[in-house]
Design a protein around this ligand. Structure first.
Ligand SMILES: [Zn+2]
Length: 167
């Protein structure tokens, strides 16, 4: 029998991601706590699933309610936001969840060099998607980042609280 929790979960899920049900390579498999550890979620199998790393990163420490919203927003065609692995994908066909994951990954990469104002953050997001998003779409992404507590705006200034890379 597999002994590590991630191996047990993968086995129980038939080697598929819990959310997108695609074959999940062990190297890309992460333990997702449905109720995030940061919110007191346990390591018990009832609270954990194996899923794609990119989605785990995106879900971060959202509440279970917010996570359900993310899943439901995909309208039964759930795709984990493994967008950074497929740069050829046009921004026009990316879901909001995929876009958000890309933005979070980009902000994480920037470290201390993250944009400090709403204006530069907006243009950073625009550039990240090769300027193919409308102003409205960029604003919507910014709204999501704020709603998830990843970005806080005070006047024109921006501060960040990126989710831990593995929740
Ligand atoms: Zn997946």
């Amino acid at each position: 029998m597999p002994t590590k929790p991630i191996d047990r979960l993968l086995f129980a899920q038939g080697g598929l991601c819990f959310f997108c049900q695609r074959t999940l390579a062990p190297s890309d498999a992460t333990v997702e706590h449905l109720v995030a550890s940061a919110n007191g979620g346990s390591n018990h199998p009832d609270n954990t699933v194996a899923c794609c790393r990119a989605l785990n990163t995106l879900l971060g420490r959202m509440s279970l309610k917010e996570k359900l919203r993310v899943v439901l927003n995909q309208k039964g065609e759930f795709r984990c936001p493994n967008g950074s692995a497929a740069p050829s994908k046009s921004p026009a066909t990316q879901s909001t969840a995929q876009r958000l994951a890309l933005v979070v990954a980009d902000l994480r990469k920037r470290g201390a060099a993250r944009p400090r104002t709403v204006k530069t953050l907006s243009s950073t997001i625009g550039a990240l998607f090769q300027k193919q998003l409308t102003e409205h779409e960029v604003a919507a992404l910014l709204g999501k980042l704020k709603a998830q507590g990843i970005v806080s705006v005070s006047g024109t200034k921006v501060t960040y609280e990126l989710p831990p890379s593995v929740a």
